[in-house]
Design a protein. Structure first.
Length: 192
């Protein structure tokens, strides 16, 4: 007996949702077989209000990620109790004001541009590298580039007079574009 080739009927959205995906979407309160409308899920524990958040941007040096199809903001400003401010800078690379990769193949130039972009994001919120407490640094080829990365990072931090340096982790990772060689996240805290 021959098996019939049974194809699932696609919904109007044109997206096929597997049975497992349907089950997990439903468990999260999403429609199992169609895209979720914006703002569908608004659940906070009773009596709680969301933390005040504001997107951080520096359009003079780099564009917003949704412009080229990514779903994240360049950074968030969080208003914490006692008027403390925490800045969370998303992974930032050598990207220009129109979303273009700058300096393909030039690790050192990409690293300096990454520091330039993060500096502008910090400054847009009244912060500096002196407010940065942690970085996470993603290198496409850590064996090849770590020594140069560490040399430039040390030079930059010393030029800023940072003492102590921010806590940091270096990780070899694939980065969102094949021509990007370095990406850095940063966390800053501003004390009132």
């Amino acid at each position: 007996m021959k098996k019939k080739n049974v194809r699932a009927k696609l919904p109007a959205s044109g997206i096929y949702y597997s049975p497992g995906e349907q089950k997990e979407r439903a468990a999260l309160g999403l429609p199992p077989c169609s895209p979720a409308p914006r703002g569908l899920i608004k659940k906070l524990p009773k009596g709680r209000v969301p933390i005040l958040k504001k997107a951080i941007c520096a359009p003079g040096v780099l564009n917003e990620a949704p412009v080229y199809g990514s779903a994240f903001t360049r950074g968030l400003r969080l208003e914490l109790p006692s008027h403390y401010i925490q800045l969370l800078i998303s992974g930032t690379s050598s990207v220009g004001p129109h979303g273009e990769t700058l300096y393909p193949g030039d690790f050192r130039a990409q690293l300096w541009r990454t520091y330039h972009n993060i500096t502008e994001l910090l400054e847009s919120e009244g912060a500096t590298w002196h407010d940065v407490v942690r970085t996470t640094c993603y290198l496409r080829d850590i064996d090849r580039d770590y020594a140069e990365f560490n040399r430039i990072r040390t030079e930059f931090y010393d030029a800023l007079g940072l003492d102590p340096y921010p806590a940091s982790t270096g990780i070899q990772a694939g980065i969102c574009r094949s021509d990007l060689l370095i990406e850095i996240e940063a966390v800053a805290i501003i004390v009132p």
